[in-house]
Ligand binder design. Structure first.
Ligand code: DC
Length: 229
């Protein structure tokens, strides 16, 4: 049997990281962990408690002090979706709304939040055989991952794809609004002091502006095979 790898997928917002990560995990029989869902779940918890807003930022100490009360889990549902749960409640859909997207960067820059979630992520991937996507997986969570991929695509392509995804779920925003959210999240991710979004030195860059999902998948599977042989 080939050695189970740790695969770290980082990159800009809405580049299809989770789609690729899920497909890979399925094909390889690996665990898939969506680290962004964990930041979104903490953001939702803060939003519900009135501790964060897009315009005013967040009440840091309330959020930091509540981390032990925030239990995040992933549970497979009847449709094969590994759904995010917050304190036992399914929040898979709610964490992906624009309301949460608009505040998540405020929460993701808090050092105690990052320390807490990174420890959970490291425990989930302890035995290898894992595909994890996020912003700091190849740099902070698994700096020794055998395969690191840094995904990107043009701003316009990303905004159009995301706008269509949201519309398919009944959430109607203009491409310009979605573009604004993507650009401001990327800026916050790249400029934060702790664990900024940056390609690991040994990451392979994957720009999928002009390639299909199938082409991308084949390319990455070739990378995996070359590491397993
Ligand atoms: O992957 P996503 O768009 O669902 O992530 C939501 C937000 O969480 C994103 O704007 C940045 C943040 N994030 C992070 O800071 N570190 C990670 N490892 C994953 C996500």
């Amino acid at each position: 049997m080939s050695k189970p790898l740790t695969i770290a997928i980082d990159g800009h917002s809405s580049t299809g990281k989770s789609t690729l990560a899920k497909e890979l995990a399925k094909a390889l029989g690996y665990i898939y962990v969506d680290s962004g869902a964990m930041y979104r779940a903490v953001a939702l918890y803060a939003l519900r408690n009135g501790w964060v807003s897009a315009s005013a930022g967040c009440q840091e100490s309330e959020i930091n002090d509540s981390l032990d009360n925030v239990h995040i889990s992933f549970e497979l549902d009847g449709q094969g979706i590994n759904a995010t749960h917050l304190n036992g409640e399914r929040v898979e859909e709610e964490i992906r709304t624009m309301e949460v997207s608009n505040v998540v960067s405020h929460v993701a820059k808090l050092v105690p939040v990052r320390r807490h979630l990174v420890a959970l992520q490291q425990a989930m991937g302890r035995n290898g055989g894992v595909v994890m996507d996020g912003r700091d997986i190849g740099t902070v969570v698994f700096p020794d991952a055998e395969l690191k991929i840094f995904m990107t695509a043009s701003d316009q392509v990303r905004a159009e794809r995301r706008q269509q995804e949201l519309a398919a779920k009944g959430q109607h925003w203009t491409v310009a609004e979605v573009l604004d959210n993507l650009q401001s999240r990327d800026k916050a991710d790249m400029e934060r002091a702790d664990s900024p979004l940056i390609a690991a030195q040994d990451a392979r860059t994957l720009d999928n502006s002009d390639i299909t999902k199938a082409e991308q998948f084949e390319l990455v599977l070739d990378w995996v095979k070359s590491l397993q042989s």
